[in-house]
Design a protein around this ligand. Structure first.
Ligand SMILES: [Zn+2]
Ligand SMILES: [Zn+2]
Length: 211
């Protein structure tokens, strides 16, 4: 479905997979393994584009519900794969997935992101805590924050990540505080539904409640 003009969420995938449908196409997160056909079909049928138009696949972190189709999608599109340095080794296979996580098909990331890097019109905001290399992606022009798993929105409530799947909840709190200081109207999380309007204000209130 189209969320706002040019920004889509591929229907029926856990975790959320977003597509920015510009001249260059960007896929943000790829969902659990077994969903690459859904993403490719969406590009072909809903967007009437070619998979080759995807230039960049960005992963908000390494967990398999976000990286699960990165291998197949890279092969089907020819896109580069970008992830924060702190999480890259799990996607390349240099590090094993921690206990409780399912394996993925590995790819060697093409671009290793750091805080503040610009990629495909988005700014990488490092927000460690859920994982060491978790990022949010900030689009200042469209006033959108892709929050990955650092922030979610369910049943009318902003929430943080589940503690049992997170490395360091203290870091998560600090990262949420940083994200509350950016200016955006729409938040697109890794799970749950989109939050708008006044997403940054709502995140600010949530951040306050954690202090
Ligand atoms: Zn996660
Ligand atoms: Zn997730």
């Amino acid at each position: 479905m189209e969320i706002v003009r040019g920004v889509h969420q591929v229907d029926g995938i856990i975790g959320n997979s977003y597509i920015i449908n510009g001249k260059k196409m960007v896929v943000i997160d790829t969902g659990l393994p077994g969903n690459s056909r859904k993403i490719i079909n969406y590009i072909r049928v809903a967007l009437k584009r070619s998979p080759n138009d995807v230039t960049t696949i960005i992963l908000t972190h390494y967990h398999e519900d976000h990286s699960g189709n990165v291998y197949e999608l890279k092969n089907l599109t020819g896109a580069i794969v970008a992830i924060h340095t702190g999480d890259a080794d799990y996607v390349s296979g240099k590090k094993e997935m921690p206990e409780g996580h399912s394996p993925i098909q590995h790819v060697t990331p093409d671009t290793l992101l750091q805080d503040g890097d610009k990629i495909a019109g988005l700014t990488c905001v490092h927000c460690p805590g859920h994982t060491a290399g978790s990022i949010a992606l900030y689009d200042p022009n469209r006033r959108i924050l892709f929050s990955g798993d650092t922030l979610g929105y369910d049943e009318g409530k902003v929430r943080g990540p589940r503690e049992e799947f997170s490395d360091d909840m203290g870091q998560v709190k600090r990262s949420i505080q940083i994200l509350s200081g950016l200016d955006y109207d729409l938040m697109l999380p890794g799970h749950g539904s989109s939050l708008k309007p006044d997403a940054a204000v709502r995140v600010g209130e949530f951040s306050q409640s954690l202090q």
